[in-house]
Each structure stands twice: as structure tokens, then as C-alpha cells.
Design a protein around this ligand. Structure first.
Ligand SMILES: [Fe+2]
Length: 388
């Protein structure tokens, strides 16, 4: 076996540090909480990010048996149940924190001495899998009571609203996916292909809390992240409540975004339209820089160009109208066959871009994310398109 690239070893270390730092924010008692009904208790994730690596490397590279037969299996996979089918386990169904910490330490120890026997693409899978959880854990932690977690107080918003405008996008071919043998990508990112897209208009900015507030005042339900305090709207930021920042992107479900678009007489962009509109975009507010959003016109391409939509990559994922499905030439990974294929069920929608808690490696254009249309916990907003 060839010597593993030192860069990948360092990336695995820094991904581990990222998840370790996250768990260090928690009051230990919160580990047995289930802040989101459709997901496991937090203790699961402490074991899962390690068991995933062990199962992947031991079975698909190292030819090793179980490290701990019960825990390898208990922590193997997360869940994404149908609405109304939330799990019903109790805290006592799970091992103690000490047992899980010991298991985690053993996994890291065993794997670190064997990493040279692991091919690079499996290392990429482990690193990116862990970093995806660094983001999805932030969604879960977001729903814990503030006294269960420690972190920086959110920035106080500046009272301002701002005018969204339309950007014209020329007709052209959207490049979706990525070519094989050109860097790591997940199974659903292949193959590279081109989709013709007629001219359309897209919102310059993500739809803001201020814009969405008009809709709520007309009778729509408020988003999950808002809370009414004596007739005034507040945002439930990660580490505290703040008066609703009107110039920040609104985070909503796919269903809410679609209904808002309809209310405005517009549509959500397709995945191909998103690609056309984001071809020249640079990341803004991503890679763990902050816990919360910033104004939709902040950052290097926020307020300068009147011809480019702002913040297509960062400051919140964006919903598309595209149902998650395979690209032409899709092949599942033999070592992780369900990663995408389990979700090609017509019940998940593609999200593009990135959130403040999305790691740098996912800022590549071909990366695709997907969620159920009514799952309200993700850092996802949207913008509108006008189709001629
Ligand atoms: Fe996972």
C-alpha cells in the first residue's frame, strides 16, 4: 500500500477536532436529549462519527472484524423517518458517555496505526461524512435550550430593510456534476453533463426575514426559527434570541419557500438555474466562520455588482424546485450503496450553496444536499425566479 498523503491525515485530524469542539459546547446532560424528534439522541452522534469510520475502513480496506460488535452496529447509521414515524427510545437504551468515549478513543487509536492501508477515496468519504455531521449537529444543537450549550452571543441586528431586485441570467448551458477522475466527489455528483437553460430572472438577494415578514403578516405561519415575544418577532439564533434581523436571509422549509414563491407569483429555481446563476460566485459566510447568518448584501459580492446575484454560496443553503435524483451515469459506491440511492424516493429536494456551518470542502459547485420538504431545522433559505 502506498503512503497516505499527509494532507489527508491532517484533514482527518482537523475534522475530528471540529466534531470534538462541537460536543465540548454541550452541558453533558444534554447528550441524552433528542432536540429534533425525527433524529437520534445526541449521544448517538458521538458514537456514530467513529463507528462510521471503523465500519468503512475495517470492512472495505483493512479486512478487520468488529472492534466492538454491539457498538459498531448500534452507531452504524442515522435515521430519516417518514413524517410521524419518530423514534421512541429512552436515554437508558443508550450506553453511558464514558463507554462511548472509550469506544471513540479505541477506534481512533486502531485506525491511526492502520491509515496507510486505507485508500484516499475512503479517507475522503470519512472526512466529508464527519464534516457533514459537524453541520447537521449544529442544526440539532440549535434546538436545545440555551442553558444546555455555551457559545458566543449573537450579533445585535441593525434596524434596516433592503430592496431586493431581479438579475437577468442569459440563456446558456448549465454544467451539472463533475468529471470522473478529477478529485473526490460523492456518487450523486457524477457524471458531468450539460443542461440547456433559457433566460430567466433571479432575485439578487436571498429572500430576507423582512420580505417574509410581509407574508406572515398576511396570514402565513412564521418560520421555525422565529418566536413571538409580546407581539414582537425575535430570531432564535444559535446562542440567544435577538430582535428579528430584517436584512438576514429567512430560513424556511421547502414547502414554505414554495408557498411564498406562489404568493409572489414566482417560482423556486431549478438545480440547473441555480448553477447558471452561481457560476461566478465566491463563498460568503461559510466554513464555520460564524454560527448565524449575516445581511444578505454583506460580503465581497454583496453590494458591489448589480449584474450578479449575491451570496449564492454561503450564508444559508438555497432550496431548489428539483427533486433529488441521479444524474445520467450515476453509480452507487460499493462501500456505501445507500448514501444517495436511499433518498431517490421523490420525497427529497435538492439544496445548493452552503450555510455558515458548511465546511470548505463542500463549497465545490458539484456538491448536492437534500432534505424532506417539511423538515424545518436546516439552515436553508431561498430566492425566487421569474420564468418568461
Ligand atoms: Fe452519518
Amino acid at each position: 500500500m502506498s503512503q497516505l498523503a499527509p494532507q489527508l491525515r491532517a484533514n482527518l485530524e482537523s475534522a475530528r477536532a471540529q466534531t470534538d469542539e462541537l460536543f465540548a459546547l454541550l452541558d453533558p446532560a444534554a447528550l441524552y436529549e433528542r432536540p429534533v424528534p425525527e433524529r437520534h439522541r445526541l449521544i448517538f452522534y458521538l458514537g456514530h462519527v467513529e463507528a462510521f469510520d471503523w465500519n468503512l475502513f475495517s470492512q472495505h480496506a483493512l479486512g478487520r472484524g468488529p472492534l466492538h460488535a454491539t457498538l459498531d452496529k448500534l452507531f452504524a447509521f442515522g435515521i430519516d423517518p417518514e413524517p410521524g414515524r419518530a423514534p421512541a427510545d429512552t436515554p437508558s437504551d443508550w450506553p453511558t458517555e464514558k463507554e462511548v468515549q472509550n469506544y471513540a478513543a479505541r477506534v481512533r487509536n486502531e485506525l491511526d496505526s492502520a491509515l496507510d492501508g486505507v485508500p484516499g477515496h475512503l479517507l475522503h468519504v470519512a472526512i466529508e461524512h464527519r464534516l457533514m455531521h459537524a453541520e447537521t449537529l449544529a442544526y440539532l444543537f440549535h434546538n436545545l435550550p440555551y442553558e444546555s450549550k455555551r457559545g458566543p452571543a449573537p450579533a445585535a441586528p441593525i434596524e434596516r430593510s433592503l430592496q431586493n431586485t431581479w438579475i437577468e441570467v442569459e440563456p446558456g448551458a448549465a454544467a451539472l456534476g463533475k468529471p470522473r477522475n478529477n478529485g473526490f466527489g460523492w456518487d450523486n455528483e457524477f457524471d458531468l453533463h450539460f443542461v440547456p437553460v433559457p433566460a430567466f430572472q433571479i432575485s439578487r438577494y436571498k429572500i430576507t426575514n423582512g420580505e417574509y415578514l410581509d407574508y406572515v403578516r398576511s396570514g402565513a405561519q412564521p418560520p421555525h426559527f422565529w418566536v413571538d415575544r409580546n407581539g414582537k418577532w425575535f430570531l432564535r439564533a444559535m446562542f440567544g434570541e435577538i430582535p428579528l434581523p430584517l436584512d438576514w436571509p429567512v430560513y424556511v422549509t421547502h414547502s414554505e419557500a414554495s408557498a411564498y414563491a406562489q404568493w409572489r407569483g414566482a417560482s423556486l429555481p431549478t438545480e440547473a438555474q441555480f448553477h447558471r446563476a452561481s457560476e461566478r460566485s465566491l463563498p460568503v459566510n461559510a466554513n464555520f466562520e460564524r454560527w448565524d447568518p449575516i445581511a444578505v448584501d454583506a460580503g465581497h459580492n454583496g453590494g458591489t455588482s448589480h449584474r450578479e446575484p449575491a451570496q449564492m454560496i454561503g450564508n444559508g443553503w438555497e432550496w431548489t424546485s428539483t427533486v433529488f435524483g441521479p444524474f445520467p451515469g450515476f453509480e452507487r459506491f460499493s462501500f456505501y450503496p445507500g448514501y444517495s440511492a436511499d433518498f431517490f424516493d421523490g420525497k427529497h429536494f435538492v439544496m445548493k450553496g452552503a450555510s455558515p456551518r458548511t465546511a470548505a470542502c463542500f463549497l465545490r459547485q458539484s456538491f448536492r444536499n437534500w432534505f424532506r420538504p417539511d423538515y424545518p431545522y436546516v439552515y436553508a433559505g431561498f430566492r425566487l425566479v421569474n420564468n418568461p
